[in-house]
Design a protein around this ligand. Sequence first.
Ligand code: UGA
Length: 476
Amino acid sequence: MRIAVIGSGYVGLVAAACFAELGHQVISIDNDVEKIEMLENGGVPIHEEFLPELLARHRGKNLTFSTDLPKSVRQSQAIFIAVGTPSTEGGEADLSYVEQVSREVASAIDEYKIVVEKSTVPVFTSQWVRRVMLLDGAGADHFDVASNPEFLREGTAVGDFLYPDRIVVGADTERCASLLRAIYEPLTSGAYYKGKSTIPNTTGAPIPPPIIVTSTKSAELIKHASNAFLATKISFINAVANLCEAVGADIKEVCDGIGADSRIGRRFLNPGIGYGGSCFPKDLKAFSSVARETGYDFRLLQEVMSINAEQRARFLRKVRNALWTLKGKKLAVLGLAFKGGTDDIRESPAIEIVKALLKEGCEVRAFDPAATERAMEVLPHEGITYSKSAYEAAAGADALLILTDWPEFAKLDLPRLKAALTYPIVVDGRNLHDPADMAANGFIYSSVGRPDVQASLTRPAGKNGKLVAATLGKAE
Ligand code: UGA
């Protein structure tokens, strides 16, 4: 199949590389000339596992890059729209890029093609796309508009694309549905998984994946409702974690207990400093506003969003509780990305917390394995320095804060960390460590939804007057 993917951001570039991997002839289009040149010259603009391999494998063969939208559209049978749909100030999805691209596609269409929404868009978008395309001169029989939402997560996007839990295709004509079925046939028939150089399965999803064919409206809703449900799961468990803190229970035990119910499931039940990223915050607002426009007040989503915001404020209170006053304190910060495994800092709770700490007059020394450069662009320059390792960040700090769930932060050399810090205080916003283990290693440790532990603060003090962690005790 000849496929054009318009937009070479996270979704578009991963989709283009994966379609090429499935054997299709793909053109990845963007109006950013520099990005296209970079991609043509072997560059990889995002940090994504297996993407460099796929680009190297297919660049110049199954996969080409272009800034020429009309030409690429004319050469393709399926046109996927994967341009940005940011939030407007009012919280709705800004669909102006989708509209602009639809008009450009309309003027280039000369024979039957399918135009497929891949970006996350609100219900009714496919109807609008069809309408503007007709107004811009595309013949009614020359195209169908479909919705084929993507469920990929940043950091594991390639694996999620090639090993999905399900493929959702929203198409209102059989002709359109059968073209989309053909595009995904290498996955749904299982043929792809028998290949020699297949990307390994890291998601544990069923093979072959099921394909769910629905109306376009249902597919649009499936995307928003999936993200809203996952965000609800996170806010729910954060709320339960807060209750655990109030009664002295342990959220991990509670999660294991409720997650073992197969109707609930253990995944996405990890409490922390709230969800962030380019999807959940934006999609929750957009879903809530689309519901409002249709006359339904989806109050549950408002609560999910407010619990999420409160979670960051609670974390700051934990830092204050651990340190008393904040002004002038030297803080080591581990993690700036919105989650581990990515360099993306969009709507990152870590960035928001660092900004708040800088405002309080703290001196921050931050380390992130991938997101530092991006963080530098948005964080103030005063009061913050960037380190090359967790231990360098910790050197001489009054406390260490864990803000992103990078796997390497769960495997820190604890004695080395303790030796580097001025005080052995760790506030863990991602529950990466075992409280008993932290106390046994001499730390004063707080996390989310679990009792704080602290080695007793007995005198005589150790060298330099530091507090000595002696016995394990629960914090008051
Ligand atoms: C999310 C969805 O998981 C994907 O299915 C979807 O395709 C994507 O949005 C999208 O719409 O494009 P992503 O934003 O990459 O993917 O990240 P997630 O792994 O879902 O994490 C989102 C946020 O929730 C992160 O800040 C993460 O730290 C937080 N989170 C996640 C928790 O706080 N607890 C959890 O148990 C899981």
